[in-house]
Structure formats: structure tokens, C-alpha cells
Design a binder for this molecule. Structure first.
Ligand code: PRP
Ligand code: URA
Length: 209
């Protein structure tokens, strides 16, 4: 069974609480999504392998640790996942970015794919899928399945808010994929929205409602 990490860091909790407020502007919402993604990236990349290299400081030779050239790809689920990309790239600037376009059919709540563009060597990369919302889990499961079809075998899922239903669905469908979330909320409502959640993440990031 995959590991679920819920972040309890005060900075993340504070920023998320501001995002949840219905009157927070798109500008502030967007900035907060990016800032939280950056903070979460710190923990999500904790297991990156290090290698020892020798350098010279102004004072002496020293053996120091550097990241061992691990190849990473950040894969946002469009649209809302786009809001998390800059925060991730601030921390891991050499990561490549692959895009998956999925929207949730408002009637069936099933994910519908409309776009995909991956780095050519994506199968050799460790993948971090990013999307602010893990609701029914349909979009995340489809995105993970899709990355596996591309040949990717090391995949993590990073979201801001998860519903218990979504976390369970991802764990059942992809027990090898660890899940990182900033909050585990109470439930889904009858429209498949996370309660209390923060509303429609894509609309709030891009100001489309
Ligand atoms: C939202 C969100 C996830 C999905 C989560 O995207 O960003 O991708 O819903 O729901 P699920 O877990 O039930 O699949 P949406 O479909 O609203 O598209 P958007 O990002 O373009 O607004
Ligand atoms: N997608 C969102 O943007 N918000 C939810 O609460 C559920 C799905």
C-alpha cells in the first residue's frame, strides 16, 4: 500500500487557510498555490539520491554532497495543476515538464483527456504529478495510468487538498504511488466537490468564474 503524507507544517497550513476563504482574490490564490507547492516540494524530494564530490572552499578542500543527477519530470494535470509548476521549478529548475489535459465531466465526474505533451525521455524520469485537488480520484488515477503507459515506473502524486474517497481510490488503483497532500478534508458533496475544500481550483487560479 502506498504511503500518504499529510503536511502539518504551520506555513503550509496558514497559506492553505487563506486559499480556502471564498473572498481571496485570484492573484493571491495563484501566489499561494505556487508558494505551497514550493514548500511541499522540499519534502516530496527528500529521497533524492546524493553523491559525494570534492570541491575547494576559500579555506580548504572539502567533500560535499550534491544531488546525483536524478532526472525528474513535473507533470501538471491541466488546468489547475499549472498553478503548482513554478513553485516546483523554483526548487528543481532542471526538471522537465510534461502536460496532461484532463477535465472532469460535470455529469459523470469521469475524467476526459484533451491534451498531452511529454518530454521525449519521460520513461527514464521520476515523475511528480501535481494537481491541487484530489476529489473522486478519477483524474489522478487516469493521469497515473497514462504515465505508466508511457513507461514511467517511479511516480509520486502531490496535491493540496485530498478527499478520503480520492486518496482511497488512488491507493487501490496504484498502490505503488505515494501521495502527498497539504490537507485531508472531510468528504465529497453530491457534486463531487471537496468539503470544506476551496471550491473549483482551476476557476479560482484563472479567474474564470
Ligand atoms: C479539477 C482538479 C482535478 C480534478 C479533481 O479539475 O484540478 O484535476 O478536478 O477531481 P477528481 O479527483 O474527481 O477527478 P477540473 O476537472 O475541474 O478541470 P480544470 O483544472 O480545468 O478546472
Ligand atoms: N475539483 C475542484 O477544483 N474542486 C473540488 O472540490 C473538486 C474537484
Amino acid at each position: 500500500m502506498s504511503k500518504v503524507t499529510v503536511f502539518d507544517h504551520p506555513l503550509i497550513q496558514h497559506k492553505l487557510s487563506v486559499m480556502r476563504e471564498k473572498d481571496t482574490s485570484s492573484k493571491e490564490f495563484r501566489e499561494l498555490v505556487s508558494e505551497i507547492a514550493q514548500l511541499m516540494c522540499y519534502e516530496v524530494t527528500r529521497d533524492l539520491p546524493l553523491e559525494e564530490v570534492e570541491i575547494e572552499t576559500p579555506v580548504a578542500k572539502a567533500k560535499v554532497k550534491r544531488i546525483a543527477g536524478k532526472k525528474l519530470a513535473v507533470v501538471p494535470i491541466l488546468r489547475a495543476g499549472l498553478g503548482m509548476v513554478d513553485g516546483m521549478l523554483n526548487m528543481i529548475p532542471n526538471a522537465k515538464v510534461g502536460h496532461i489535459g484532463l477535465y472532469r465531466d460535470p455529469e459523470t465526474l469521469e475524467p476526459v483527456k484533451y491534451y498531452c505533451k511529454m518530454p521525449t525521455d519521460v520513461a527514464e524520469r521520476d515523475i511528480i504529478i501535481v494537481d491541487p485537488m484530489l476529489a473522486t480520484g478519477g483524474s489522478a488515477v487516469a493521469a497515473i495510468t497514462f504515465m505508466k503507459e508511457y513507461g514511467c515506473s517511479h511516480i509520486k502524486l502531490m496535491c493540496l487538498i485530498g478527499a478520503p474517497e480520492g486518496v482511497e481510490k488512488v491507493q487501490e488503483s496504484h498502490p505503488d504511488v505515494d501521495i502527498y497532500i497539504a490537507a485531508l478534508d472531510e468528504k465529497l458533496n453530491e457534486h463531487g466537490y471537496i468539503v470544506p475544500g476551496l471550491g473549483d481550483a482551476g476557476d479560482r487560479i484563472f479567474g474564470t468564474k
